[in-house]
Design a protein around this ligand. Sequence first.
Ligand code: ADP
Ligand code: MG
Length: 408
Amino acid sequence: MKFIVLKFGGTSLVSPELRERVAGKIIAAKDEGYVPVVVVSAIGREGDPYATDTLINLVKQTYRDLPGREMDLLMSCGEIISGVIMAATLQAKGYPAVFLTGAQAGIITDKKYTEARILKVQPQNVTKFAQEGYIVVVAGFQGTTEDGEITTLGRGGSDTTAAALGVALNAAYVDIYTDVEGIMTADPRIVEEARALDVITYDEICHLAHEGAKVVHPRAVEIAMQKGIPLRVRSTFTDSPGTLVTTSGEVYKGTIDITKDRIITGITYISGIAQFKVGISPGAEGLKQQRRMFRALALAGISIDFINVLSEVILFTVKDDLAEKAVKVLENTGYVPEVIRGCAKVSAVGAGMSGVPGVIADIVEALTKDDIQILQCNDSHTTVWVLVKREEMEKAVRALHRQFKLAQ
Ligand code: ADP
Ligand code: MG
């Protein structure tokens, strides 16, 4: 069977009209000769009656510390409601359809409630119903432990469900349907002239997603990449082809080397970051201090990022909401850090920047021209990160988008 996995995000499912559109996409895939397997998120966004955040709010108002196990039982309801409605929509159009929970679809996870990881997929139930001619609709974002406890996969987890099913079924494509035209050169909510990309490498979208582009979950990209399942990000609202995520080999295959043509593929951002600056002694004492400091932070479960170790000063960032805890940990080990809260990390990602001189110069030029102060800067072969004040984040994203002419 030639499977295709189609995943629909919450905003694609909010109204009966949109669900009709979604059904149309599913039926079109069937007409093209694919066996469609559908993955759904909960309907809508916060405020909509069955959205994940709405379910969370139901309990958070009265009891903040609900154990993860019960939290997952509550949160898993959103996708069950959404999936049953989608199956009903297909049935009403005369297409036999069944709905399966994550557990029924064989999504097996570890036991980390609210942030579980998929360990394996046992898709026998999915293939059985597909063979019988049903369109199978699966609840995204949820799974089960080996001993039958319901788990959820964290924000954006439905993308991961889709990718894992795609791999298990050896699908021709995993299509992530959402409310934008595809993977864009920047978040269209910030950069009006952002453009959808035709094609992007797994590596690039992985970096973009890790650095804040929430359009697809990075774990989903990693899973698809491992088995080379092509991923597409497309719009539910239009008929445009969307963005194909594939290997650089595929991208390079044509006569035009597109990743070399474009130095930067996209700009992304993460806010809610605090910068730490810690002075250390020079020489051997400083080395000992570093070891003690990093170990203490690790033992306290504080993950740090954007680390620059210089001879007499160490710079790093933590999430704003962990800043207070990090200060305490450092003070307990004898350091008084300088902390700048309310920062944002802006990243420029592109496989084509590797070995190209002048990228940093362009970035510095673009930001300083707009009077944006760079608090810290770092780079790898595909990404340049800059830390700026949160209030300058949007301006920085736009400045970089303009500098690298990404709208063209
Ligand atoms: P869904 O509910 O369909 O999963 P998400 O909200 O998770 O949708 O992802 C789609 C959103 O991602 C878009 O509405 C867009 O604002 C945001 N986004 C951020 N960065 C990008 C980007 N580089 N390309 C496209 N969308 C982006
Ligand atoms: Mg999403």
